[in-house]
Design a protein around this ligand. Structure first.
Ligand code: SF4
Length: 480
């Protein structure tokens, strides 16, 4: 059993990477690429490597640096590789659902790693089971792998294109055959996937540009919605397998929380977006008759993802910025059960307060989002115990009132504190002096685009029609 000491953040399902690098130690490169994607999933990691003839894979439960020992990587030889870091809510099935999935097919070995969630995976799984196909996991990524293996004649590009016509939902994929890496993005463009030129002349593709920069890539561009890009040569081969859906539905939460601040997505830098979110928040509060400049003595972020927003808020409001919390970055999930007295400390196991920075002060606490609402109240209490006179809370996105079906673990409607509660009821529940959420318009002004983003967890308007009674969020299913 595992004990989750994570904070109240939405959880991303994973990060993916694919590399074609002739004459290089591609497994080692994949390891460092995965290392840069660790924030997108800490439960399991894996990679598959091919040398033009054969393929080998290794995966395990835990952080990238724990899974890949020198001994584990000794047999991973070749010029083509894909890798995966996974977040999941489960304990026992973690290894079963770890990726890449690798199988032998009539067309040669095949491995696949996936970021996202197929909305119609239950239906596709049933279709395959009726045809006598068995499964070793409960993951939709295995469904995708087996569908590719069963598609008939033609090239791998044609088989991928054929399968894409049946896949409904979010998928940024890397696929490995014995002599090619394919990068595939769904036609809505939910999750990011970017591609870059390696100094040696090969190519790499990854969930975030930061991983590509780690590998020394230049000339980075996004894999476009609906594209299949083949990495097997010095020149990229690009196929528009499905027409891109207009407007696109990029996940706005990549900007709010998931992506590392150095990520550039669709030409926009995430760090700058987060600073603008803080500026918009301060401006909007003023426009709503709140005398922001006078209501607090210090602005503090809930680290780490809220730090740029708190800096932006401070610039715009004129309130001094300071650190108030120190977060233990190494506390996440642990197999060691806390003692009863430690368990009662809750978020204090993860956050310490710098008392001198908040004592006798009116504090403006900036956070990126509130999902289940199990952290905000305890953080406010920590600040009050440290001597804060008042604690105001400002959030850089609107209330999250609807679950995500596209690969982000936010729980179900009943788990979300903003579902069927007013802002004032939530404020009272937390014990905050005030609570303000940025508006949808303010959030999109900070992102710098008005359209092309999924905002369903705020609005309930899903880019793909969702039948609530039959669809799972993509997370409870892995507990079977
Ligand atoms: S529902 Fe929210 S978290 Fe899910 S894809 Fe849309 S914006 Fe992202």
């Amino acid at each position: 059993m595992k004990f989750d000491l994570e904070d109240d953040s939405p959880k991303e399902e994973c990060g993916v990477i694919g590399i074609f690098a002739p004459n290089e130690d591609v497994a080692r490169m994949t390891f460092f690429g995965l290392y840069a994607l660790q924030h997108r999933g800490q439960e399991a990691a894996g990679m598959a490597v091919a040398d033009g003839q054969t393929m080998s894979t290794y995966k395990g439960v835990g952080l990238v640096s724990h899974v890949f020992t020198p001994a584990a990587m000794a047999d991973l030889k070749g010029h083509y590789a894909i890798g995966h870091t996974r977040y999941s809510t489960t304990g026992s099935s973690s290894l079963r659902n770890a990726q890449p999935f690798m199988i032998e097919t009539i067309h040669g070995p095949l491995a696949l790693a996936h970021n996202g969630n197929l909305i119609n995976s239950a239906e596709l799984r049933n279709e395959l089971m009726e045809q006598g196909v068995g499964f070793s996991s409960s993951s939709d990524s295995e469904v995708m792998t087996l569908m590719l293996a069963r598609n008939g004649e033609g090239t791998w590009e044609e088989r991928i294109k054929h399968a894409m016509k049946k896949w409904v939902g979010a998928y940024s994929l890397v696929i490995l055959t014995r002599d090619c890496v394919y990068a595939v993005r769904d036609p809505w463009g939910f999750r990011p996937l970017c591609i870059g030129l390696l100094p040696s002349g090969g190519h790499a593709v990854a969930s975030e540009t930061g991983a590509l920069q780690t590998l020394g890539c230049e000339a980075i561009r996004d894999v476009k919605p609906g594209e299949v890009v083949s990495l097997s040569n010095s020149a990229l081969k690009v196929m528009q397998a499905l027409p891109p859906i207009k407007p696109s539905a990029m996940c706005v939460f990549e900007h709010i929380y998931f992506a590392r601040p150095d990520q550039i997505w669709d030409g926009v830098n995430v760090h700058h977006v987060r600073q603008r979110l803080g500026e918009e928040l301060a401006r909007e509060m003023c426009n709503n008759s709140m005398d922001v400049g006078l209501m607090a003595d210090v602005v503090i972020p809930v680290p780490d993802s809220s730090t740029p927003a708190a800096i932006g808020f401070s610039h715009e409001s004129g309130i001094a910025y300071n650190d108030g919390f120190i977060k233990n970055r190494y506390v996440g999930r642990t197999f060691i059960e806390p003692t009863d007295s430690l368990r009662k400390r809750g978020v204090a196991l993860k956050f310490n307060v710098i008392n001198e920075n908040v004592r006798d002060k009116r504090v403006m606490m900036i956070d990126d989002s509130i999902v289940r609402g199990n952290t905000t109240g305890p953080l406010i209490k920590l600040l009050r115990n440290a001597g804060a006179k008042e604690v105001h809370v400002a959030i850089t996105c609107p209330p999250i009132a609807h679950p995500c079906f596209m690969g982000v673990d936010m729980g179900k409607h009943d788990n979300l504190i903003a579902h069927k509660r007013t802002v004032d009821e939530i404020r009272e529940f937390f014990g905050a002096d005030s609570l303000y959420y940025l508006s949808l318009d303010g959030m999109m002004r900070a992102v710098g685009r008005q359209g092309g983003f999924c905002q369903a967890c705020f609005t309930g308007e899903y880019p793909i029609p969702v039948d609530m009674s039959s669809v799972k969020t993509g997370f409870e299913k892995v507990t079977k």
